[in-house]
Design a protein around this ligand. Structure first.
Ligand code: SF4
Length: 276
């Protein structure tokens, strides 16, 4: 029996076991997503001494919507509790803290790959490559347990490419037999596209730019959405049942409704129904 994304709590951020790494390690710039600039390795002014966000309940009205769509895929607690054995960056020597901030985005990428590999192993049609997927999963798990020096030296891009090739093969097996230009949208520029009610079932939307696209009532059942940019896309009443390689940050970045159907691997964002 393969693990399911929903049961892999280690692949979801657990802020209570992290030292607010995403709020320090990552940079952001003034934009629709962030109300101010912040350099990488600098604590956000809103980060409190207890590693909690001082404006957590008001992130969107305060102009920090970008924080509400972020998920570290469990990299925060892994780096905090395993890689650095519970060492808080606030009390660590400066060089060690720098290492934590350097390693965090590397582990985040590895955890995102773990998430996709775990999901691929639950796709029955990808059965012929399950042994390859299991090997890639084990190798990626091993990498996440590297020392700070090993993780700092890791060519994560090269590993990512290897895993991406495998995930593409899984997708092709799942979507076998799907034909037509309208279903082949890999990397397509669909920014602001009017796709209301469109039939995109089992479509290849890998890496497609769907920023602010109107996908209300669209049929996205069984679509491959890996890396698709869904910021501000309107998924009101869309059907994403069985859509795969769709992550929580992607869904969080979109708009939607109580009527939208989502795959089991993600949860309905609070802001879809709370009017935030
Ligand atoms: S606003 Fe809050 S959640 Fe966003 S980076 Fe700052 S402390 Fe973290």
């Amino acid at each position: 029996m393969e693990d399911h994304i929903a049961t892999r709590s280690d692949l979801r951020g657990d802020c209570a076991r992290c030292f607010g790494l995403c709020c320090v390690a990552l940079p952001f710039a003034v934009s629709a997503d962030f109300a101010s600039d912040k350099a990488a390795g600098t604590p956000c002014p809103n980060l409190q001494g207890d590693h909690r966000c001082g404006i957590h309940a008001k992130l969107r009205p305060k102009g920090f919507a970008g924080c509400t769509v972020y998920d570290c895929f469990g990299a925060g607690q892994q780096v905090s509790q395993v890689t650095f054995a519970g060492q808080d960056w606030r009390t660590a020597p400066r060089e060690q803290a720098r290492r934590m901030f350097e390693v965090f985005p590397v582990v985040r990428q590895l955890h995102e790959l773990l998430r996709h590999l775990t999901e691929a192993l639950t796709l029955p049609a990808a059965g012929p490559i399950h042994p390859d997927l299991r090997r890639a999963l084990a190798r990626t798990e091993d990498l996440t347990h590297g020392t700070p020096a090993e993780l700092g030296a890791l060519d994560v891009g090269a590993h990512r490419q290897e895993v991406d090739d495998l995930l593409l093969r899984a997708s092709e097996l799942v979507r076998a037999g799907v034909r037509g230009k309208k279903k082949e949208r890999r990397g397509a520029d669909l920014m602001g596209a009017r796709l209301k009610g469109a039939d995109l079932s089992r479509a290849n939307l890998r890496g497609a730019c769907l920023i602010a696209a109107d996908l209300t009532g669209a049929d996205l059942r069984g679509a491959d959405l890996i890396g698709a940019d869904l910021r501000d896309a309107d998924l009101t009443d869309a059907d994403l049942t069985g859509a795969f390689f769709l992550t929580q940050p992607q869904v969080n970045a979109a708009r939607g409704s109580a009527g939208a159907r989502l795959p089991e691997s993600v949860v309905r964002p609070v802001h879809w129904t709370a009017g935030l």
